[in-house]
Design a protein around this ligand. Structure first.
Ligand SMILES: Cc1ncc(COP(=O)(O)O)c(C=O)c1O
Length: 430
């Protein structure tokens, strides 16, 4: 749909801008202090996991099969915790390591390990000269920060409705041996909320990398985080690898951060038998064995994948109305103007919003003036550099429904005002 502001005369635009500036002034006078930036569960959601705290008492047997929970040992994690993680990811428990509370931490450790010691017996990256990483964007800012922090060159790849632009991914991975990894959030992606199609998963699994130490960093953070009636179905990448007759290509990560407690969840990594042996050896240098009390509590509380799904249905009941409100407010306020588009996810934590070219920084800064905090514009791109300056990540889960509704009303005014001002500047320049 055409941008209505671009079809207005200068006089009409001046009237519209004056009207919207008055609305903004009315908002400013309210001295709001709202926040739509935090991609984390609300207090109501984390409270769902409180009964887990009652699972461990001074009389709980601290054993898990033949593993001790209260002493060193089982460096790959408790057998029951590995079984639960394996069931969630649809992989063999022998190929899973459960360790620590943060999957991002595991990803960081493995990238750092590639740098210092090398992947699968290859030369460490620090000896290989400049190396590159593929970063589907918009994407998860903390992924990009991990590789940037280690001095790796982040290369943005266009993120589409079906997943990353696979022609570009394939060309780069198969022709450039300095490309060592790609960040992927394959289900309910951060921030677009899309799930990779089977075709994209198959094309990734069929890659023939120029570098033997290239891996796909498959961050399945939102594997059980659907909130709509129909859950998106992600093809299991290890099944796709088997179909393609490939191996040693994927590290899959996930955690219970947004199932139980962010920062006190249970994190895990799955890979091929060779890769998992390599990872196990790397982790053995870092720690004698992982923290296991939390693993035991998690398994006692969640039990199995069915238990996880039952628990996630409770999250969905809290989260779904917030996403519905985003859709309702944005549609009512912006759908007829042709200035913006946004995603309509069935799960995950975010809605990805795109305004006119050159608008995102201006919208975020106007929102801050009006008392609503948003994720920094550009954060969803490597180096914070959104080339068209259009993308804004909306995180609806944390605020109350009332606060979210108020923040979205302000957002609609800010998007309209910035879009009208941009159209006015363009018209004046013609
Ligand atoms: C895609 C993605 N991966 C990982 C994380 C962090 O997970 P963890 O707490 O397990 O490190 C997040 C948190 O927002 C995320 O969005």
């Amino acid at each position: 749909m055409a941008n209505v502001y671009e079809n207005m005369s200068l006089e009409e635009l001046d009237d519209e801008i004056a009207r919207l500036e008055q609305q903004a002034a009315d908002v400013r006078a309210k001295n709001l202090a709202l926040d739509m930036a935090r991609g984390k569960p609300s207090a109501e959601q984390v409270a769902l996991a409180r009964p887990m705290l009652d699972e461990l008492t001074s009389t709980t047997p601290l054993v898990d099969g033949d593993a001790f929970v209260d002493n060193y040992g089982t460096p790959e994690g408790l057998p029951s915790a590995r079984a639960l993680a394996a069931e969630l990811l649809g992989v063999d428990a022998a190929n899973v390591i459960v360790s620590g509370s943060s999957s991002l931490n595991l990803m960081h450790d493995l990238v750092a390990h590639g740098f210092t010691n090398g992947v699968a017996g290859c030369d460490p990256w620090y000896r290989q000269g400049d190396i590159k990483w593929l970063c589907p964007a918009p994407g998860y800012d903390r992924h990009f920060t991990v590789t940037e922090h280690l001095g790796i060159k982040n290369v943005p790849i266009e993120m589409r409705a079906d997943g990353p632009d696979m022609d570009t991914v394939q060309r780069l991975v198969e022709t450039d041996a300095s490309v060592k990894g790609i960040w992927c959030v394959p289900k309910y992606a951060n921030p677009t909320g899309i799930t990779y199609t089977d075709e994209v998963v198959r094309r990734l699994a069929a890659l023939k990398p120029a570098a033997p130490d290239f891996r796909i960093y498959w961050d399945n953070a939102y594997c059980v985080h659907g909130f709509a009636d129909a859950d998106d179905q992600l093809l299991n990448i290890f099944d796709a690898l088997a179909e393609a007759g490939a191996d040693n290509l994927v590290y899959e990560f996930a955690s219970t951060a947004k199932i139980t407690f962010p920062s006190s969840g249970m994190a895990f990594v799955a890979a091929s038998p060779d890769d998992i042996a390599d990872i196990k050896a790397a982790f053995a240098v870092e720690r004698v064995s992982p923290e296991k009390l939390s693993q035991l509590a998690h398994v006692r509380f969640l039990k199995d994948a069915a238990g996880v799904r039952a628990h996630m249905a409770k999250h969905a009941a809290i989260v779904a109305p917030r996403f519905a409100l985003v859709e309702e407010k944005l549609s009512a306020g912006l759908a007829d103007l042709g200035v913006a588009s946004w995603t309509h996810p069935h799960g995950g934590y975010f809605v990805s919003f795109d305004g006119p070219d050159g608008s995102a920084k201006r919208i975020v800064s106007l929102m801050a003036e009006l008392g609503v905090k948003l994720t920094a514009a550009g954060a969803t791109w490597p180096y914070g550099d959104d080339p068209r300056d259009t993308n804004i990540r909306i995180a609806p889960t944390y605020p109350s429904l009332d606060d979210l509704g108020a923040a979205l009303d302000v957002f609609v005014i800010a998007v309209k005002l910035v879009s009208a001002r941009i159209a006015r500047e363009q018209a004046a320049a013609r």
